[in-house]
Design a binder for this molecule. Structure first.
Ligand SMILES: [Zn+2]
Length: 95
């Protein structure tokens, strides 16, 4: 499984594709990028995002902030280290 990234600004259907990944990977992890240097690590199912069914493109676009996704938590940690992204684990889902 390779890391997948979803973002509104680079992929038109970012939110829809992220939702499809999210639904297909219940044991997965994702990084919500605050900015190019900082991201928060979440587990799929984290209450932060609410019900993924409610995500829509537009004002509440879930991929306004880039999402970096993988089933393997270690792969995401490695990815962040390589790009010098400071990763903060979410205090709610404790990934
Ligand atoms: Zn979380």
């Amino acid at each position: 499984m390779t890391i997948q990234q979803f973002a509104s600004e680079t992929v038109g259907a970012g939110a829809r594709e992220f939702q499809a990944w999210y639904d297909a990977n219940p044991g997965g992890f994702y990084i919500n990028m605050k900015n190019p240097q900082q991201g928060m690590l979440h587990a799929v199912g984290c209450p932060h995002l609410g019900n993924p069914r409610e995500w829509t493109a537009g004002p509440f676009d879930s991929c306004r902030r880039r999402k970096v996704c993988d089933l393997d938590r270690r792969a995401l940690v490695r990815w962040a280290q390589e790009l010098r992204v400071t990763l903060t684990p979410c205090s709610d889902c404790r990934p």
